[in-house]
Design a protein around this ligand. Sequence first.
Ligand SMILES: [Zn+2]
Ligand SMILES: [Zn+2]
Length: 369
Amino acid sequence: MRILLLATVCTLTSCIGGGLKRRFPTPPSIPLKNSKLKDYAGCYHIHTHFSHDSRGKFPDILNAAQKSGCDFLILTDHNTLQGKRYQGLHKNILVLSGAELSTPSGHLGALQIQTIPNRHQNIQHLLQQIRKQGGFSIVHHPHGGRTWKGGIHGFDAMEVFNLASLLKDNLVSTIFSALFVYPFSRKEAFASLIKRPSANLALFDKIAQQRHIVMIAANDAHAIPVGKLTLQIYEHLFPLVRIHILAKNQANILSALRKGRCYFAFDIFEDATSFLFYAKKKNSTQYLLMGDSSPFSNQWILLARSPVFCKFKLYKNGKNIRIHLGKTLSYSPQTSGVFRLEAYLPYPSSSNTQRWIPWVFTNPIWLKN
Ligand SMILES: [Zn+2]
Ligand SMILES: [Zn+2]
C-alpha cells in the first residue's frame, strides 16, 4: 500500500497541476433586481500544518487556491484556532479560519468562535457553547469514516459532500484513477469516482423539514505525510468541488454562508459560477434566495438558471418532483414544502455512452406556513 501511495505521489506531483478555467475573471453580479449580490466561489475544510495529519504550508495552500480561482478559503485545523493567524485578504482571496473539533460524537466544524470549547462534554452542551460564542457549527462527513453519532438537533449546517471521504472510501479506485486516468484526464478521473451523496442528502432533507439548516461541501484537504515525503495535493483537490456563496462583498461571505445563500458544485466538470435557484412572486419584484423562507402562497414561482445545458432535478421534502432539461427551470408549487435543486451534466459531452453526472446542489427555499 505504501508503495502504491508513493507512486500516486509521484504521478500527482509530476503531471500537469490543478487549475480551473474560470468562467468570469471576477465574481459576477447576480442578475436579480436590486440584489447587488455576487457569486463568490471557494473551498471549505482545509488543514494546514497546524493539524497533526497535514504538513500544508500556508503559501502553498494560497497558491493552490489562486490556481483554482478561489475567492475565499476556510481553514479548519484539528482542535486549534491557530489558523486564525492567516485570516484576512491574501492575493485577493479572503482567508477565514475555524476549527474541526474531534468530539465523541464525531467531527464538528466550528466557525466564528474565539476559544476552543471543551470538546469532550455532552454534544448538546458543546453546540450551545458554540452558539453562545456567536459561532456556527457544521457536522463534518456525517456518513464518511467517522460517522456522526450526535443526533439531528442543535447544529447549524452539515457537509453533504466531503471529498476526502469519497477518496478514502474508494481507495483502490482512487489510486487507480490517480495513476492511470488523472495524468490524461482530470475530469475523467473524477467522473469515474463521483456519485450523488444520497445518504447525506436524505439526512439533510429530514432535518430541513424540521428547521433551517445549511448544506455545504468540503474539500477536507491535507498535505499528507508519507514517510519523509509529503503528498501536496491542494491544487489537485481545490478545483474538484467548491462552495458558491451569494454575498454583497467578500466581507459578507460568512454571514451569507450562515443564511444558506449558497450552493456547491463539482466545478471541475464546468465552472458553475452564476448558477441560480430562487423564487419570485408573481406580479411583484419580491424574491427569495436559497436559504430564505416565506409562508407558502401559490403566487410563488420557483426559478433556476444555469450557465450551461443541464438536467435539473427539483426536490420537495426530499422527493424528486420535476426533471427538466435545459438552461432554465420554472415551477409553480401548489402546496407548501422545502424545495431544493440538483443539476446534472451530460458526460462525456459528445459520446454515445453518455451518462449524467452530479454537478450542482443548492440550499433549499422554505415555502412553509
Ligand atoms: Zn474530519
Ligand atoms: Zn478534516
